[in-house]
Design a protein around this ligand. Structure first.
Ligand SMILES: C[S@@+](CC[C@H](N)C(=O)[O-])C[C@H]1O[C@@H](n2cnc3c(N)ncnc32)[C@H](O)[C@@H]1O
Length: 428
């Protein structure tokens, strides 16, 4: 019975990884559907542990597989490869007896229709059990890419930009768990009251001073607490909260958030605006706007006006805005801790493609501004193509644009949050 259950949980993890990489389905979507939702809470937790663990260790695990088998990775069946990766992660990192992991992996081959791979999987895992390969030493990008499980092109970029010491700190940091923070909706509850109620229920609550209404809550099951379930707060990375709070909203009458879904920054902006101000939250994706609408209702955020528009095609708005936020689509390479799949999804060549779109969206945001007003351009990327280079190219093209203050970055460094970039640009 236990054996069958163990095989099923691993099968769901392997299915999630296969769909993420084979069919480009997001992990959020996978975790909102069968077969994941058919598992009990404990097994769902194990699936996430296995999936995230494999993603954070994939470079190292692939090195093990290459060392232990005489087949090239590209010649191993995709599903069989994920079975091996999940099992090796389990054997190296979880407190599960090795023989049980090997046994489950072999059963799994059969249950997913890969019976002929049983001998191969068994041989690789038993060899790992007997003689785990030594990881390469030294400071070369190849060795770092394997030891810290990052694509080599990204390691090379870090090394070229920040040097060895900062690079290994970043690589190490990218493999740690994120430090989740909550945004507390001030129109529903004041922070002291929020804190008091959670502390009374056994949670530890740290108020994060650098940004308004931000807290760090420690304790099991905060998502089950009434204050969370009833929409008094939601998880939002501290750097993302910082970006939405960069500019004081006092006195701004018409405000735009032009890449708004799923809504986090719009909701923060809405909470800072004067009662009679207008907030226009726009996005190209109807689906994501629909989700944002449901979230706004859940959190009882008032005054969010949703408009569907493709800003790559230009701005459908007149130049009537006192402030605009353009939180553009990007590679997400600043969020590797929170999204461990990203490093294996993004290719270096994608950065230029993002850049072109980012420049167009920035232009659409800019032409919607009144003269003398500012916009904030932001990304959750660490890479210059999507950050400084977009803004510099834009400033070179737009004679009416000037940079206000320097660039804002939350990376590299010791900040708790993701790697964000922002620039304030004024229309003169
Ligand atoms: C980084 S996300 C925005 C996150 C959001 N600001 C928040 O805090 O929740 C980027 C958004 O840009 C939207 N987007 C992508 N291409 C777009 C386009 N051409 N025009 C408008 N929005 C676009 C995506 O649908 C996505 O919702």
């Amino acid at each position: 019975m236990r054996d069958k259950k163990g095989t099923r949980t691993r099968a769901v993890a392997v299915d999630a990884l296969t769909r993420r990489f084979g069919d480009s389905v997001s992990l959020d979507t996978i975790y909102c559907s069968s077969p994941y939702l058919d598992l009990n809470i404990q097994d769902q937790g194990l699936v996430r542990e296995l999936v995230d663990g494999v993603l954070r260790n994939r470079g190292k695990i692939d090195f093990y597989i290459s060392s232990l088998s005489n087949r090239r990775l590209s010649r191993i069946d995709e599903v069989v490869l994920w079975i091996l990766r999940v099992s090796l992660y389990e054997m190296e990192s979880l407190r599960i007896p090795h023989y049980a992991s090997v046994h489950t992996a072999v059963s799994l081959c059969k249950s997913v229709g890969k019976t002929s791979a049983r001998g191969f999987v068994n041989a690789v895992l038993r060899e790992f059990q007997r003689r785990p390969p030594e990881l390469p030493e030294g400071n070369s990008s190849k060795a770092l890419a394997i030891r810290y499980s990052h694509p080599r092109w990204l390691v090379n970029r870090y090394l070229n930009r920040w040097g060895f010491q900062t690079t290994i700190e970043l690589l190490d940091r990218n493999n740690r768990l994120p430090e989740p923070t909550l945004w507390v909706n001030p129109s529903r509850i004041e922070i002291p009251e929020f804190r008091k109620r959670l502390v009374a229920d056994g949670f530890e609550v740290e108020v994060v001073e650098v940004v308004p209404n931000c807290t760090r809550v420690t304790g099991r099951g905060v998502t089950g607490h009434a204050l969370y379930r009833d929409g008094y707060c939601f998880f939002m990375d501290i750097s993302s909260q910082l970006v939405a709070s960069l500019v004081d909203m006092t006195g701004k009458r018409v405000v735009g958030d032009f890449c708004a879904a799923p809504g986090g920054k719009s909701f923060l902006l809405a909470s800072q605006l004067d009662a009679d101000a207008l907030l226009v939250s726009s996005d190209v994706s109807r689906r994501r706007l629909g989700f944002m609408k449901r979230r706004a209702a859940q959190y009882r955020i008032k005054g969010v006006n949703l408009v569907q528009a493709d800003l790559v095609k230009g701005s459908p708005f007149g130049c009537s805005f006192d402030f605009v936020l353009v939180d553009v689509p990007c590679s997400g390479l600043g969020t590797i801790r929170s999204n461990p799949d990203i490093r294996w999804i993004i290719r270096e060549s994608d950065l230029r493609q993002y850049q072109q779109r980012q420049l167009e969206i920035l232009t659409s945001g800019f032409v919607a501004l009144k003269r003398g007003r500012c916009l904030v351009y932001s990304t959750c990327s660490t890479e210059p193509e999507e950050n400084e280079q977009v803004v510099e190219e834009f400033l070179g093209l737009q004679k009416q644009a000037e940079l206000v203050k320097g660039f804002f970055r939350t990376f590299p460094g010791n900040e708790a949050g993701d790697g964000f970039f922002a620039a304030q640009v004024r229309r003169v």
